[in-house]
Every structure is written in structure tokens, then in C-alpha cells.
Design a protein around this ligand. Structure first.
Ligand code: ZN
Length: 172
């Protein structure tokens, strides 16, 4: 059950947001996002953006990283950060996911409310869905990968095969 409900955003909205951010970063023609470097870029550009690398034992075993969605503070496991530095697709996507929380919640000010009544939340209103969707669109830019196969997307964008085929199946 989702703990929070956010303002509805569609895949198209989040694709637009990802494209706007890429243009802002002058990465619109770059298939492979330098996601680890961007953590430091965002720290410099956005006053309230901050992240922290912690030893693996500091987070539960099933958790790779997390974002406090009220403050935007990002915590990343050391092994995930190192994997992302080594170009590991899954770890790169984990970081993009946490960045997705920042841009869909803090930066854009999408309103956030506590799901007190524990109603079933539609995907478009779920901050987890939004972060996941944003991360996929940001790491696999629609306009550069439209005619690529999943294997080509893996190669060009530095994402896992799972992520590449997910984006491939959600191109339209
Ligand atoms: Zn998340």
C-alpha cells in the first residue's frame, strides 16, 4: 500500500520532464547519461539537493538506496554507488530512480499528501511509479532510442536488459 499520494502525472508528462532536464543539462543528444557525475552537478545547481553514500549495513538488505520524499534527501548504499561508477546498468538506474523522486516531488513541487485512509492508489498518483517512470525516460531518451532494439538500448544507454525492454515496450 502506498503511503503517499501525489498529483497525477502520466508517462507523457514524465517524458517531457525528463527531456526538459536533459536540455537543461545539455544532454539532449547524449544516449548515455553520466548519472554518477550528475549527483554532484545537482548538488551544486540545486540548493536543496543532497545525497549521501552509506555503508551497505546502514540500509535494509532489500533496499539499494532511498529518498526521504518529504525532504528530498537521497541515501545510496556504497556498493550501489560503486556499481554505478563501474557502469552497472541496474545500479545506474537505482540512482536515476532516486533522482526521479527529487525531480517529481521536491523540485517540481508536485503536491504530496499522506494516504491516511489507505485507499488504493492509482499508478499515476504513486510517487514510486512516477520515480520509476521518470528514471526510465531519463536514462533511455525516447527520441534517441525510438528505432533501437532492447540490445541496442543496453549498449547505447548503459541500462540493464530488463530496463531496456521495459522502455522498448513503453515507447508509445
Ligand atoms: Zn523509490
Amino acid at each position: 500500500m502506498a503511503d503517499y499520494i501525489v498529483e497525477s502525472k502520466s508517462r507523457k508528462d514524465l517524458r517531457n520532464l525528463a527531456e526538459t532536464l536533459r536540455r537543461f543539462l545539455k544532454l539532449e543528444n547524449e544516449p548515455r547519461v553520466p548519472i554518477v557525475e550528475l549527483l554532484d552537478v545537482f548538488t551544486q545547481v540545486f540548493e536543496d539537493f543532497n545525497y549521501e553514500i552509506v555503508p551497505d549495513y546502514a540500509l535494509p538488505s532489500g533496499v539499494h538506496a532511498e529518498t526521504d520524499i518529504r525532504t528530498g534527501h537521497i541515501t545510496i548504499k556504497e556498493s550501489v554507488y560503486e556499481g554505478a561508477c563501474d557502469g552497472e546498468g541496474r545500479d545506474r538506474m537505482t540512482i536515476a530512480h532516486e533522482i526521479g523522486h527529487y525531480f517529481t516531488l521536491s523540485f517540481c513541487g508536485f503536491s504530496l499528501q499522506r494516504n491516511y485512509s489507505h485507499q488504493k492508489v492509482k499508478p499515476y498518483n504513486d510517487p514510486e511509479w512516477q520515480a520509476k517512470c521518470f528514471a526510465g525516460e531519463f536514462m533511455v531518451p525516447h527520441h534517441l532510442t525510438n528505432d533501437m532494439s532492447p540490445d541496442e538500448i543496453v549498449e547505447a544507454c548503459g541500462v540493464s536488459y530488463d530496463a531496456a525492454s521495459y522502455q522498448y515496450n513503453h515507447r508509445n
